[in-house]
Design a binder for this molecule. Structure first.
Ligand SMILES: [Fe+2]
Length: 265
């Protein structure tokens, strides 16, 4: 794991963490304690989004996720947005995340010392919520989490999947018109086309650096396909994409170390 420093004029000194996927959080904590950023932005995928085991929360079975948030919140103000792997988390789970001291930004924003910080929730989370809201009480059952089927089991067609995977971007114009320096936590880098130009800094992950990197370029990223454009580094002078803190693919990473990203002016 490497510490990477990126310069964006006007940005506060912040740490950008993405894609922990329940791996050991302590190397990340050590990095944060070494560099002491003014704020910490966690852009989702703190867990691995498998089906919950019965009614037990994934946050209980994957303890590094809440431990990371707690460690972050003890170091600096911490803001979190939701990635695709958080698709099944319910409101109690989000409350448990907030209990660590971190601020969960679920399609909303807050103002903090001249900063306007927003969190754009993954469309995969929204798809699951929309699908759940369409189920009858009988279909939903009395269980906390759906049993034996994920989103793919309750959304029927490819077209439906595509439509239902869109994020909720209705609030972005209000966010962007709020006075201040705008930081948007958007797990998916490919959502950039939805983000108003007034947003000075976009923080993203999800691409895992493109899995393998050759000649400074990633090979594959979910949501972008082969030879993806947005995998690691600064794009358009305002988007910082992290290669992530770990990997979910069974294939190893080549020439693509995991990274703790720091942004500064
Ligand atoms: Fe992701």
């Amino acid at each position: 794991m490497v510490d990477s420093f990126y310069t964006i004029p006007g940005a506060p000194f912040l740490a950008h963490l993405s894609d922990l996927h329940n791996r050991d959080y302590r190397p990340v904590e050590k990095s944060l304690l070494r560099h002491r950023p003014e704020l910490i932005c966690v852009t989702g995928d703190i867990i691995v989004g498998a089906m919950p085991e019965g009614d037990v929360s994934p946050l209980a079975t994957q303890p590094n996720a809440l431990a990371l948030l707690k460690a972050c919140a003890s170091i600096a103000p911490t803001y979190v947005s939701l990635g695709n792997h958080e698709w099944m988390l319910d409101q109690k789970d989000l409350d448990d995340m907030r209990a660590t001291g971190a601020v969960v930004l679920d399609n909303t924003w807050i103002e903090h010392d001249g900063l306007v910080i927003g969190g754009l929730t993954s469309g995969h989370v929204m798809r699951h919520r929309r699908a759940l809201s369409n189920l009858s009480e009988e279909e939903r059952g009395a269980h906390r989490y759906l049993r034996g089927r994920g989103v793919a089991g309750i959304v029927k067609t490819a077209a439906e999947l595509l439509m239902e995977s869109l994020p909720d971007d209705d609030w972005l114009m209000s966010f962007a018109s709020t006075p201040g320096y705008h930081i948007l936590l958007s797990h998916h880098p490919e959502y950039r086309r939805l983000i108003p130009k007034e947003v000075e800094l976009i923080l993203s992950g999800h691409a895992h650096g493109g899995q393998w990197r050759f000649f400074g370029r990633g090979v594959y990223a979910p949501g972008q396909g082969v030879w993806p454009k947005l995998t690691k580094g600064i794009y358009d002078g305002r988007q910082v994409v992290s290669a992530g803190l770990c990997n979910t693919a069974p294939a190893p990473r080549f020439f693509n170390p995991t990274q703790v990203v720091y942004v500064r002016s």
